[in-house]
Design a protein around this ligand. Structure first.
Ligand code: PLP
Length: 393
């Protein structure tokens, strides 16, 4: 299994758990227990039932005919945008809240940048009646006021992080500090395939439902469960990891991960980690991250808040290094145009994150018989003001 994690929590050179000693008991408890819990029949049954009746799974695999015509291939959209709360993030949040309950935790904490993961976490806490505290940079709270309101309406407490740059990195530090101070009763829900082992593995497993369903659905549509190409956008990498998961061992399937180039890879305003990053430690794991010569994390930039992250999960770092997946990047402008095109051709307004994946189609050459699956990770409602500002509707 050269693509999956080893006993020590590494994917090749990447992964592990680089954490302060004070956090060791919390992470160790999780490491020892999560496998048993998530493979237990009662857990699996409850996870499956909530994904079906609460989230609305399986999400459809939609054959986009007009898009297919334009690009000369059979293009299928995995519709994570149709999930409750509007993206794939809910899959992981449901998995982790069920895990927290079985660990006997009474309180949930999370960090959030744009507020998407905060909303997913507040949602599942409301669902289960569990106390929820979300740390968010003070500047992000101003920029993402509607999501702050959503979290509050769902009953969560939103705590501003006021140190440093007052953004995601500082919110993460605050959440870590909280967890150190409340090790017994609190579970920390991380929102992507990042963080110390076992988080990247655990989140990938919860999101792997995406490719599990897609294989079956593709078989029904085309008579073959394997496509030629699978595409997904990458912030931390959770929708991409979920979309790739069950195709990893099928070496003929080309996996393409799309990062945010922002204003251009060399503009100084970018989040294209695989091009700009170097190996180092970020959020508790060894991975690739954007950093200065002396190891300071570089502030990333993308028009899409969900892709505005200075690293990628350790499994992605591994897939990149051994070239199992190809990592490419798309600018703000290209993504916005692709979002407009999908809206006009298919009547689907995508999240700007997801639009990055669609922009990649412009750069590819297909055979007429090629089957292509794209993860449509989220819906565009949250991005309407950005689209309006850009196109002047
Ligand atoms: C958060 C988010 C992403 C990026 O996160 P990943 O962990 O890389 O999937 C992508 N799309 C949408 C719609 C998001 O909300």
């Amino acid at each position: 299994m050269k693509y999956t994690v080893n006993e020590q929590g590494y994917y090749g050179d990447f992964g592990g758990a680089y954490i302060p000693e004070m956090l060791y008991p919390n992470v160790e408890e999780l490491r020892q227990q999560y496998q048993n819990i998530i493979t237990d029949e009662s857990f699996k049954a409850e996870f499956k039932s909530l994904l079906k009746d609460y989230v609305g799974r399986p999400s459809p695999l939609y054959h986009a005919k007009r898009l297919s015509e334009k690009y000369g291939a059979n293009i299928f959209l995995k519709r994570e945008d149709l999930n409750h709360t509007g993206s794939h993030k809910i899959n992981n949040a449901i998995g982790q809240i069920l895990l927290a309950q079985r660990l006997g935790k009474k309180r949930i904490i999370a960090e959030t940048g744009a507020g998407q993961h905060g909303v997913a976490t507040a949602t599942v806490c409301a669902l289960m009646g569990i106390e929820c505290v979300v740390y968010m940079g003070e500047i992000d709270m101003e920029r993402q006021a509607p999501n702050v309101a959503r979290m509050k309406m769902l009953g969560a407490k939103v705590v501003p992080a006021t140190s440093g740059s007052k953004t995601l990195k500082d919110a993460t530090n605050e959440a870590m500090r909280d967890w150190i101070n409340n090790p017994v009763d609190t579970h920390y829900i991380i929102g992507s395939v990042v963080g110390p082992y076992p988080y990247p593995e655990m989140v990938a497993k919860f999101q792997s439902i995406i490719s599990l369903e897609a294989k079956k659905q593709l078989l029904e549509h085309t008579g073959n469960e394997l496509p030629q190409y699978v595409l997904a956008c990458v912030g931390g990498g959770s929708n991409a990891m979920g979309m790739f998961y069950h195709f990893l061992e099928d070496e003929d399937v080309k996996l393409i991960a799309i990062e945010a180039a922002g204003k251009g890879v060399n503009s100084g305003h970018s989040a294209a980690t695989s091009v700009l990053g170097k190996e180092g430690i970020l959020h508790g794991s060894r991975t690739i991250l954007m950093q200065t010569e002396d190891g300071q994390v570089v502030e990333p930039y993308s028009i899409s808040a969900g892709l505005d992250y200075p690293g990628i999960g350790p499994q992605h770092a591994h897939l990149h290094k051994i070239k199992r997946a190809e990592y490419v990047n798309i600018t703000d402008e290209e993504a916005l145009q692709a979002g407009l095109l999908l809206s006009k051709l298919e009547g689907i307004i995508p999240a700007i994150e997801s639009a990055h994946a669609f922009a990649q189609l412009e750069k590819m050459k297909f055979e007429k018989t090629d089957n292509v699956v794209i993860c449509l990770s989220g819906r565009g409602d949250k991005d309407l003001s950005t689209y309006i500002k850009h196109f002047g509707f």
